[in-house]
Design a protein around this ligand. Structure first.
Ligand SMILES: NC(=O)c1ccc[n+]([C@@H]2O[C@H](COP(=O)([O-])OP(=O)(O)OC[C@H]3O[C@@H](n4cnc5c(N)ncnc54)[C@H](OP(=O)(O)O)[C@@H]3O)[C@@H](O)[C@H]2O)c1
Length: 337
């Protein structure tokens, strides 16, 4: 029998933590013992894993002694405080927050794009931002063929990207609307039901939000293209699960849409859904609960011979977060994925 690992999920009761637990089980990750950690709010909760119930531990009262792999998904402040403790106790940390992503000695990994970076870790491997992951999975094989020169992306991001509270807020606002009343507006600065908010995370320099800066900086780091021009507009839409993105990608060389379709059909982690005559293109509702990045509406730009436009959709809780983290763990453990 191969090696088995003691695994901890930090933030186990959250939207991403739940997906991590499901995906570890689904993919048969060799878990010797699973530990689930969350805040005091979750004290005593029990969650299922492989047919048994595991009690949630309060992070502050636990230690990482004996943990081989710690999957962190409880926000940046929790990671900053507890990930170094987990590393000191001998665990590999795969961190889903933004805490370490841009640290020069922390690999930022999407297994379909830069798997080799895993080997250079010093105890922490960062999982990129959800909207960046699905875009680079589609861009990498096109970059290998034509040489990427510029990216312009607009996102249509689901509320589950904000976590459980936002899912509840969308549902409450929809219910209130049906009853003719106004629902609570707490998570976002405006109602999200029947709305689009061109505002994800806080506004930062040059009028771009932190989510938009993440797409710039993380894309450059993962693709190994430190000067790549990336322009992002990130928008929250009233979708439960699944981020959609409209991408304009410009290359060093002239491109061809049919060849791009063929390249993407053969690319790891990608499923092409592109038959406009049959109304076939990627949809958030169809991507929910699935692993691949779905790409469609692949077409040459009308005005630039070196540019393509496409639409990419993925489940933000899976490929955008939990699945990518488990794939990183599989690479680290030398498991086939
Ligand atoms: N949602 C996405 O699509 C997505 C994608 C990529 C990255 N991320 C990142 O993943 C992280 C979690 O996101 P989420 O969507 O799962 O959020 P969420 O649904 O709000 O869940 C947050 C989790 O963190 C735990 N937590 C919060 N404060 C804690 C503390 N002080 N000590 C211990 N545990 C604490 C919560 O425990 P309680 O239940 O006990 O409060 C819960 O388990 C964030 O860093 C987020 O940026 C999310």
């Amino acid at each position: 029998m191969g090696k088995e690992y003691n695994v901890a999920i930090v933030g186990a009761t959250g939207a991403v933590g739940e997906a991590m637990r499901l995906i570890l089980e689904e993919r048969g990750f060799p878990v010797a013992r699973l530990r689930l950690m969350a805040s005091p709010r979750s004290r005593g909760r029990r969650l299922a894993f492989r047919g048994e119930e595991v009690e949630v531990e309060v992070l502050e009262e636990s230690t990482f002694e004996g943990v081989d792999l710690a999957l962190f998904s409880a926000g940046a402040s929790v990671s900053l405080r507890f990930a170094p403790e987990a590393v000191r106790a001998g665990a590999l940390v795969v961190d889903n927050s933004s805490a370490f992503r841009l640290e020069p000695d922390v690999p930022l990994v999407v297994p379909e794009v830069n798997p080799g970076e895993v080997a250079g870790n010093r105890g922490i491997i960062a999982n990129p931002n959800c909207s960046t992951i699905q875009m680079v999975v589609a861009l990498k094989p096109l970059h290998d063929r034509w040489g990427l020169r510029r990216v312009i992306v607009s996102t249509y991001q689901s509320v589950s990207g904000t976590g459980r509270r936002a899912l509840v807020e969308l549902e409450n606002q929809l219910r209130s609307w049906l009853e003719g009343t106004e629902g609570p507006v707490e998570v976002y600065p405006h109602p999200i039901a029947f709305n689009c908010l061109p505002h994800i995370d806080v506004f930062q320099e040059e009028g771009y939000t932190r989510e938009e800066w993440k797409m710039v900086r993380e894309t450059r780091k993962i693709m190994g293209l430190p000067d790549l021009p990336v322009t992002a507009t990130t928008v929250r839409v009233p979708v439960r699960v699944g981020h959609s993105e409209s991408v304009y990608a410009e290359f060093e060389n002239p491109v061809n849409a049919e060849e791009a379709r063929q390249i993407l059909r053969e690319a790891p982690g990608v499923v092409v859904e592109d038959d406009p005559q049959r109304n076939l293109y990627p949809l958030a509702l169809n991507a929910e609960g699935k692993d691949p990045c779905f790409v469609g509406r692949i077409r040459a730009d009308l005005f630039h011979p070196n540019a393509l436009n496409f639409w990419v959709v993925a489940d933000n809780l899976r490929k955008g977060a939990a699945l990518n983290a488990v794939q990183i763990a599989e690479l680290w453990a030398g498991l086939p994925s």
